[in-house]
Design a protein around this ligand. Structure first.
Ligand code: E4P
Length: 222
C-alpha cells in the first residue's frame, strides 16, 4: 500500500520523506489555507516547493467548479511538474473534467467521494485515483471503511485501473484496516503515520537491551 501524506506543511513533508516511506502528497484548499498560502502565485510556488521535496505524485486541487475553468486551472497545475496530479471534486462538471484530462494524459484524483456510485463514475471517467473520505463518514456515524471495501470489490469486479486512495484517515487502525482491505493508497497527517511506530514492548525491550549493554561494559571487579 502506498503512503501519501495529507498536508501542505513543508516541514512535515520533509520529515516523512526523510523517513523513507513516503510515496506521495495530497493537499486540499483547506490544508493550503492552514499554511497561510494564498493568491495564485504563492499557491503555484508552494506546489513547486512540494514537488522539489517529493519526487512522486502530488495532488493539487482545482478551486474552480465550472468545467471550462477547471480545465484551464488543471492544465496550468499539470504544467508545473510532471508529478502533479490534478485533484477534481466529484460533481457533474468534475466528472466531465476528469474524462477530458484522462483523454489528454493528465492524471487526476477525484476527491470528496462518499458513495460507491460516485466511485463508479470516477472510474468510468478515467480518474487515476479516487478519494473516499473515511473519517468524515465515520464522523456522521457511517462506516467509512465499509465504503473502501465496497469500492475495492467493484473495481476488482470490472478491472478498473483507478487506484483507491483512502482519504480522511484519522488514526493508525484506519491504516491497518485499509491495508487489510487492499486499498491501493492511504493518505494521512504525519502524526498518524508516526503513530504506527509505537509499541510499549518495543520501548521496554530497547531500554533493557541498552541497560544490559551498559552493564556488560562496566569494568569487572577483582
Ligand atoms: C483528501 O485528500 C483530503 O485532503 C483529506 O484526506 C481530508 O481529510 P479530513 O477529513 O481530515 O479533512
Amino acid at each position: 500500500m502506498k503512503f501519501f501524506i495529507d498536508t501542505a506543511n513543508l516541514a512535515d513533508i520533509r520529515e516523512a520523506q526523510e523517513m523513507g516511506i513516503l510515496d506521495g502528497v495530497t493537499t486540499n484548499p483547506s490544508l493550503m489555507a492552514k499554511e497561510g498560502i494564498t493568491g495564485k502565485d504563492n499557491v503555484m510556488r508552494h506546489y513547486k516547493q512540494i514537488c522539489e521535496i517529493v519526487k512522486n505524485d502530488v495532488s493539487a486541487e482545482v478551486i474552480s467548479v465550472k468545467f471550462d475553468e477547471m480545465i484551464k486551472e488543471g492544465e496550468e497545475l499539470a504544467e508545473l511538474d510532471e508529478n502533479i496530479v490534478v485533484k477534481v471534486p466529484m460533481t457533474g462538471d468534475g466528472v466531465k473534467a476528469i474524462k477530458y484530462f484522462s483523454e489528454k494524459g493528465i492524471r487526476t484524483n477525484c476527491t470528496l467521494v462518499f458513495s460507491a456510485g460516485q466511485a463508479l463514475l470516477a472510474a468510468k471517467a478515467g480518474a487515476t485515483y479516487v478519494s473516499p473520505f473515511v473519517g468524515r463518514l465515520d464522523d456522521i456515524s457511517t462506516d467509512g471503511m465499509a465504503l473502501i471495501e465496497q469500492i475495492v470489490t467493484i473495481y476488482t469486479n470490472y478491472g478498473y485501473t483507478t487506484e483507491v486512495l483512502a482519504a480522511s484517515v484519522r488514526h493508525p487502525m484506519h491504516i491497518i484496516q485499509c491495508a487489510e482491505i487492499g486499498a491501493d493508497v492511504m493518505t494521512s497527517p504525519l502524526s498518524v503515520i508516526k503513530a504506527l511506530l509505537n509499541h510499549p514492548l518495543t520501548d521496554s525491550g530497547l531500554a533493557k537491551f541498552l541497560a544490559d549493554h551498559e552493564k556488560a561494559a562496566l569494568p569487572v571487579k577483582k
